[in-house]
Design a protein around this ligand. Structure first.
Ligand code: TK8
Length: 336
């Protein structure tokens, strides 16, 4: 009788173990997750999807406290908070990580990708993952890449029809030497500034212009302070979801699994949402009064030639192996 009862208790316990979130090795955790854009943006929507998925997979034990609009700091400030262990997670531009992990500069190569789908294959492939894992030596853990998108120019002065129109234009660039050099070569007066200071800088005319994807120009209301939008698609920008390594190393395998699974769900949602919204954003920017011009293929070609030396610079800082791996993968993708 006694043995039977014991057996029953053991069976019940084993059954409970099989229940997903309740019995898994998951503690109650509050996770501060910072990002730079407004809540009402492609970035904000994807953070919400991530938060919901983490709650679902952890049975409500792991709670994401999402803080947008750079209220926890600029990309660079948040990266430092993650490295120090004062903040758990964030999403931001890979471009702002170049000071920490130089290999990230590969994604800043002008005109590297022809489409978002090409970018997906490279970022989710061997090279993209190898670069992401390099963050671990620096106190960060990369989870997934999201799409920021193809960047285009806006300014308050004139339509940019070619490199000559950039001459002397005060243009905000991301805090990154590749962007600085690219726009200096194009003749602009490039000013590195964190994204969190950009709207005010445009509003007060500290800078004349900036470059970002349509979605961001809309969700950050740059159309209120910028008249001209010139379509160049000069570079594809990824975002990357990162965690503090100090914090990550203290998580159980089950907790990490929840975060990785939720991150993959957020990535798939984010890329779809971002692509679906980009065309609508452009139409909305026109409706909001922006004057839009497409830079001609000839002028784009001239831009490419002017900034070609930047590629050699990037190849030097990422090393020939990574550089060649991406070129080879892109050739393969384009053959198909
Ligand atoms: C948001 C930035 C932004 C980027 C920029 O934190 O700085 O222009 O495009 O998305 O990472």
């Amino acid at each position: 009788m006694k043995l039977k009862a014991l057996f029953l208790a053991a069976t019940l316990a084993a059954g409970a173990m099989a229940l997903p979130a309740q019995a898994a090795d998951i503690q109650t955790r509050l996770i501060r997750f910072g990002y730079g854009l407004n809540q009402d943006s492609n970035q904000g929507r994807a953070v919400q999807v991530f938060a919901d998925e983490v709650a679902k997979l952890s049975g409500g034990k792991m709670k994401i406290r999402a803080v947008g609009a750079a209220a926890l700091g600029s990309d660079v400030q948040m990266q430092q908070a993650l490295i120090g262990g004062a903040q758990e997670m964030m999403v931001g531009s890979t471009a702002t990580l170049v000071g920490i992990t130089p290999e990230m500069a590969l994604w800043d190569t002008p005109f590297l990708f022809n489409s978002g789908e090409e970018a997906d294959q490279v970022l989710d492939g061997k090279t993209g993952q190898a670069i992401m894992h390099k963050l671990e030596d620096k106190g960060l853990v990369g989870l997934v890449y999201w799409e920021n998108g193809f960047r285009n120019l806006t300014n308050s002065q004139k339509p940019v029809k070619g490199p000559e129109d950039l001459s002397g234009l005060k243009l905000r660039v991301m805090q990154n030497n590749v962007f600085l050099e690219t726009f200096q070569r194009l003749g602009a007066n490039a000013v590195p500034l964190p994204f969190s200071e950009l709207f005010t800088a445009l509003e007060t005319k500290t800078v004349d212009g900036q470059e970002n994807p349509y979605n961001t120009i809309l969700s950050s209301k740059f159309y209120e302070v910028q008249k001209y939008l010139s379509i160049t698609n000069h570079v594809y920008s990824p975002w990357i979801v990162t965690a503090s390594k100090k914090w990550w190393d203290g998580l159980s395998a089950d907790e990490r699994d929840v975060l990785l699974k939720a991150a993959a769900v957020s990535r798939d949602f984010e890329r779809k949402d971002t692509r679906a919204e980009a065309d609508k954003a452009l139409a909305q920017l026109k409706a909001d009064g922006m004057q839009v011009n497409t830079v001609s293929p000839e002028a784009v070609q001239k831009m490419r030639e002017t900034i070609a030396p930047v590629n050699a610079q990037i190849e030097k800082s990422v090393g020939p192996d990574l550089w060649n791996a991406v070129q080879t993968q892109l050739k393969d993708i384009r053959k198909k």
